[in-house]
Design a protein around this ligand. Structure first.
Ligand code: GRF
Length: 217
């Protein structure tokens, strides 16, 4: 019997973060196994990555549901049918209803391509460049009802160069995302990061310290 945490990854598109999680979980010593991939978009290229890894890939097309709640209810049923314990949002472009978010509180995480709480929402890299910040990055956080606002599990810092374009900063940030998401999922799956009230608690100092990368510029 496996003690690895059964994890679902929710996607809407390319799925490069899904790939990073699949690659990390290919190691049997990794504390989470990817058991299910769900896309709300039937054409999402990420679905092929799941199938290539031999993992159940399911489309729940939000367009065929009359309400957000009806979509979320089916999603919830699917997750439970697969015995899912952890949900990772990875480029999942759907707002989830309050009821769904509460049902999965402390067990659902998201990755966002900025150092939250700065630059929530969309068009992140454009706004990073406009603001002239010298450091940006990415964040893995617990999902709460307010968008991009949940307690933080891990962050990676990424330098902003004067020559950067939206594309170059997105690419550099994405590389950091691919290293950060597996690390954050491991902290959660090993019980070393936990949602307690509205804060993340770390069971040991090293898991907090390990949550920050400082890549050389
Ligand atoms: C990533 O930049 C992620 O931070 C954001 O959406 C993008 C998804 O990319 N939430 P991918 O589908 O994982 O390649």
């Amino acid at each position: 019997m496996s003690l690895r945490k059964r994890t679902a990854v929710l996607i809407s598109g390319r799925g490069s973060n899904l790939q990073a999680l699949l690659d990390a979980a290919a190691d049997p010593a990794f504390a989470a196994e990817i058991s299910l991939v769900v896309s709300n978009i039937p054409e999402a290229p990420g679905l092929a990555r799941a199938r290539a890894a031999g993992i159940a890939a399911k489309t729940i097309a939000h367009r065929s549901y009359p309400t957000r709640e009806a979509f979320d209810a089916d999603l919830d049923r699917e997750l439970r049918a697969h015995g899912i314990e952890i949900v990772c949002l990875a480029g999942f472009m759907r707002i989830l209803s309050d009821g769904f978010v509460k049902a999965w509180a402390g067990r659902m995480v998201n990755i966002h391509p900025s150092l939250l709480p700065a630059f929530k929402g969309i068009d992140v890299h454009r706004r990073v460049l406009d603001a002239g910040v010298r450091v940006t990055g990415c964040t893995v956080h617990f999902v709460v009802s307010e968008l991009d606002s949940g307690p933080i599990i891990a962050q990676a810092a990424v330098p902003v160069l004067t020559s950067d374009t939206e594309e170059s900063i997105a690419a550099r940030t994405l590389e950091a995302e691919h290293r950060l998401y597996p690390l954050a999922l491991r902290l959660l799956a090993e019980g070393r990061a936990k949602l307690v009230g509205n804060k993340t608690e770390f069971s040991d100092e090293s898991s907090g310290a390990g949550a920050l990368f400082n890549p050389a510029a």
